[in-house]
Ligand binder design. Structure first.
Ligand SMILES: [Zn+2]
Ligand SMILES: [Zn+2]
Length: 723
């Protein structure tokens, strides 16, 4: 800049919120000089050094630091005040300016050229223009409660698309456009303060929208803290991109009746006139979504779109926003535009926030394929996109854990299961949560033989039945629990190790125990093998080695009966054997395991099955009579389903054997304790008999039968000998 600058002879301070171009024109008007003379006096360049083209005086869009300094020096107004009079303070927040061209990018953040205006503000201030009127987000004057005007009423042009002509003396408050007709070079000069306006209710919805937007624009660097954006909030441009996307969908797809409650009738009317205008078919950018691609050049349409969009964006939660958006996504899909949950992320060129994506998926929930609901975790309004979760198969048994199958599998009113092998289908469903893996690949990973069709049918049934309303929700919680906390058992390894194995327990050991426990109807040893296989792998025995897999429905029924009729001593022997097998493989994992979710997570969920823990072991054991008993009878006594009782008895076996066997059973139950006393505490057989209140012979026999090596008498010299 030249050093010969002078301060302008008269100083007029800018008014609050005024745009730089307005003030420069006002100075020239007051000095009665041509616009170019003011620019020259302030040392502003006439040509662009980089392009050697005539400089477009778009300093209001973006002035360089040098230019600001020059204006400050020439005018005496501080550089900070001047910088705030340009759109630079909104750059990157509410508008994106292309620096080389000093132009708002019209494709981003509803950038627009020209300026709206409040006629009353112009009349009151003697023609001073507010900077914010240039933003695509301004549609109403909050001071005068009226819509901003878009065009000059006389020449119908948008004001301030171009800079003020240099060779003319500015006339503030009057239209500076060249009218389409009329003598060459003659300006319109219509007094813009006379423009007819649409008055708004001062406390009405359109005014509330503009005030909310103005508050956000006042601090464009602050994050927007609405529930949709989670605890950290979102930067302003993220929220504005969401508003632009929704606003576009609203202007392109909503019917007049959809919007009848959204704004004042006058606003609706003006917006409808705008929407009914034929789209320019010959324009190079003619697009179906033209109402959203660029900022609407109509204040009423902008106000309407923003108000309707903010009703969704300011909802109290992601699901509430989904609820608020449901009418809109219905309209979009009924127009033929596909709104698959995976496609939501691509809306508006893939620029919408993950919170809005989740809300829009929620809005489609009743219309979305059940498997897609799992993949997108819609039940918990997930903001995460599906990814490959095949690794979760290691943490899942082939059949969902019995506790969870009991709670989640649907039943017919007459007590028959809705789906065969529901526990295996539910396990596949749990693997599909948040997952991109195809259904048939998921079934393969789970080692099951159910078909993709069976999985889809069960999922469809679950979404149809009112008593299963939250089964998918619970599956998402279970999957997330696994992903977060892992599983102590590697089920894939167990399946690989044990599905090819035909025997799990030494027949002699099993038969010895049987002889002491049961008078007749000795259970088949195959059941013992099945029980151990089933417990170790979580895989139903039908998928075990062919030598032990039950082949017929009758065999499967017998095995089921074996599970709940098992005696505590039998279960103990089998569990002990299972433990030993794991030890032999060097597997340091629990024999079996079940994930637990916090009770509050499930409190309000509607599930078809009972909480397994709603009946205590004590109550269960009290309800089971000695000798033979009917499971249906016990279920009636406990006022629950037979499935529940079968599950409980399988987990907590009850000693229903006749008294004469119960004594031996009792003994068998105490052997581990005796063994510990013998091996770890080095008590003598007699010492154990004394402590346990039984005979030395009973102790000796019990330990021998359980393969405890007995010591020669007196091998511990320090131990007091029994006299
Ligand atoms: Zn006003
Ligand atoms: Zn005009």
């Amino acid at each position: 800049m030249s050093a010969v600058q002078r301060t302008l002879p008269i100083r007029y301070a800018p008014v609050a919120g005024e745009a730089l171009d307005s003030w420069l024109e006002f100075l020239a008007a007051r000095l009665h000089c041509r616009f170019a003379e003011v620019l020259r006096a302030l040392g502003l360049p006439m040509r662009d050094a980089a392009f050697s083209t005539p400089m477009l005086p778009r300093w209001v869009l973006m002035a360089t630091g040098e230019e600001i300094a020059s204006i400050a020096e020439g005018s005496g107004v501080s550089g900070d005040v001047l910088a705030a009079m340009t759109l630079r303070r909104f750059d990157g927040h509410a508008v994106v300016i292309r620096p080389g061209q000093r132009r708002a990018d019209r494709r981003l953040l509803w950038g627009r050229s020209g300026s709206r205006f409040c006629p009353v503000c112009l009349a009151d201030s003697g023609g001073r223009w507010q900077l914010a009127w240039r933003l695509g987000w301004s549609s109403a004057c909050t001071r005068h409660a009226m819509l901003l005007a878009d065009r000059c009423p006389s020449c119908h042009r948008i004001p301030r698309l171009r800079a003020h002509p240099r060779r003319e003396i500015p006339r503030p408050g009057r239209c500076a456009c060249l009218p389409p007709e009329g003598p060459l070079g003659t300006r319109c000069h219509h007094p813009l303060g006379d423009t007819p306006v649409v008055a708004l209710e001062p406390a009405g919805v359109t005014m509330r929208t503009q005030r909310l937007v103005d508050d956000l624009l006042a601090a464009p660097e602050q994050r927007v803290h609405w529930p949709l954006y989670g605890p950290d909030g979102a930067p302003l441009p993220v929220m504005l991109r969401d508003a632009r996307c929704l606003g576009g969908l609203i202007l392109n797809h909503a019917t007049a009746s959809d919007l009848s409650e959204v704004a004042e009738p006058e606003v609706l009317h003006q917006a409808e006139v705008y929407r009914s205008r034929p789209l320019p078919t010959d324009a190079p950018h003619a697009r179906l979504d033209v109402h959203s691609y660029y900022a609407p050049d109509d204040a009423a349409a902008t106000a309407l779109a923003l108000t309707a969009a903010l009703q969704i964006l300011t909802a109290s939660s992601v699901p509430a926003a989904g609820e608020a958006a449901r009418w809109l996504t219905e309209r979009v899909t009924s127009s033929g535009r596909h709104l698959h949950p995976g496609g939501v992320a691509l809306l508006s060129g893939g620029t919408i926030s993950i919170g809005l994506q989740a809300a829009l998926r929620c809005s489609r929930e009743p219309k979305v394929m059940p498997v897609a609901r799992l993949r997108h975790r819609i039940a918990i309004a997930s903001t995460r996109a599906p990814s490959n979760q095949g690794a979760r198969a290691r943490m899942l048994p082939t059949a969902l854990w019995p506790e969870w199958s009991l709670r989640l599998a649907p039943w017919h009113a007459r007590g028959k299961p809705v789906a065969r092998r529901a526990d295996e289908l539910l396990a596949v469903a749990c693997l599909l949560v948040g997952n991109t893996t195809k259904i048939h690949a998921a079934t393969r990973l789970m080692g099951t033989t159910v078909s993709s069709h069976n999985v889809s049918s069960l999922l469809a049934e679950l979404t149809r039945r009112p008593d299963c309303a939250d089964v998918l929700h619970t599956l998402v919680l279970l999957a997330d629990h696994l992903d977060q906390h892992g599983s102590p058992i590697d089920y894939t390894r167990r399946r690989a190790l044990f599905t090819t194995r035909a025997d799990f327990i030494d027949p002699t050991q099993w038969h010895n125990l049987q002889r002491r426990m049961r008078s007749n109807h000795l259970p088949d040893i195959a059941h013992a093998h099945r029980w151990i296989f089933h417990t170790l792998t979580g895989t139903p025995p039908r998928l075990a080695h062919p030598a032990i897999a039950p082949a017929t429905p009758a065999q499967r029924q017998q095995y089921l009966r074996f599970r709940w009729r098992i005696l505590p001593a039998e279960a103990e022997l089998l569990a002990h054997t299972a433990r030993t097998i794991l030890d032999e493989h060097g597997i340091d994992e629990p024999v079996h395991w079940t994930p637990r979710l916090p009770a509050r997570a499930l409190r309000r969920l509607v599930l078809p099955g009972p909480d397994p823990d709603s009946i205590s072991v004590r109550r269960l054991h009290q309800a089971v009579p000695g000798g033979d008993f009917s499971i249906a009878q016990v279920a009636r006594t406990l006022n629950t389903s037979t499935a529940h009782v079968i599950h409980l008895l399988s987990q907590h076996p009850v000693d229903w054997s006749p008294p004469r066997f119960r004594r031996t059973q009792h003994t068998a139950g105490r052997v581990p304790q005796w063994r510990a006393w013998y091996e770890q505490d080095h008590l003598s057989l007699q010492g154990i008999a004394d402590r346990a209140g039984t005979s030395l012979a009973t102790v000796r026999l019990a330990l021998l039968k359980n393969d405890v090596p007995l010591r020669p008498a007196g091998s511990y010299p320090g131990r007091p000998r029994r006299k």
